[in-house]
Design a protein around this ligand. Structure first.
Ligand code: S3P
Length: 180
């Protein structure tokens, strides 16, 4: 099965994705890196030269390409804005089990205090931006997610265990539904 990690910037999608991929012995894909490779530019450069909308289109194309390639048994970390385009919801769900790493704005602020790589956060009112985006996106993450794991104050091992056990249950259910 594919496990797809969604959630806000700084929620640990890449860290958890890499750890999970080791544990499950499944290859790891990061859609941000995938897009950067295909475009030959960094996310910041894409935002700067073509704008956010163009980047959102590239995110959809990345999911479509992963599906078209028949990507299976991977761990896939996505960018924090992946569920913003609602067309991506069904693409995400068809790819596998979608896990929302849920985090509070306070933790994001703390974790990303010195971040310079995320174009949306390079503003003096970073705290407000995080709160507004989080409010806007929480319902979208909820809509996409098969599984929710709260990450605040938890160790990596514990988060990994929760992702693992909860995803297995969902996977079995999804598989049964496909065969019925
Ligand atoms: C974004 C999140 C980033 C990256 C881009 C936009 C967002 O990924 O895709 O900067 O809109 O939340 P991470 O969630 O890995 O930081």
């Amino acid at each position: 099965m594919n496990i797809i990690l969604i959630g806000f910037m700084g929620s640990g999608k890449s860290t958890m994705g890499i750890r999970l991929s080791y544990r499950m012995k499944q290859p790891y894909i990061d859609t941000d890196k995938y897009i950067e490779r295909r475009a030959g530019r960094t996310i910041s450069e894409i935002f700067e030269s073509e704008g956010e909308e163009a980047f959102r289109r590239m995110e959809t194309e990345a999911l479509e390409a992963l599906l078209a390639d028949g990507t299976r048994d991977h761990v896939i970390a996505t960018g924090g804005g992946m569920p913003v385009n609602e067309a991506n919801h069904s693409l995400l769900k068809s790819l596998g089990v979608v896990v929302w790493l849920r985090i509070t704005p306070e933790s994001v602020l703390e974790r990303l205090a010195s971040d310079t790589a995320r174009p949306l956060l390079q503003r003096p009112d970073r705290e407000q931006v995080i709160r507004d985006l989080m409010e806007e996106r929480a319902p979208l993450y909820a809509k996409c997610a098969d599984v929710i794991v709260d990450v605040d104050g938890k160790r990596v091992e514990r988060i990994m265990d929760e992702i693992f056990t909860k995803s297995r249950g969902v996977w079995k259910r999804k598989k049964r539904m496909r065969h019925e």
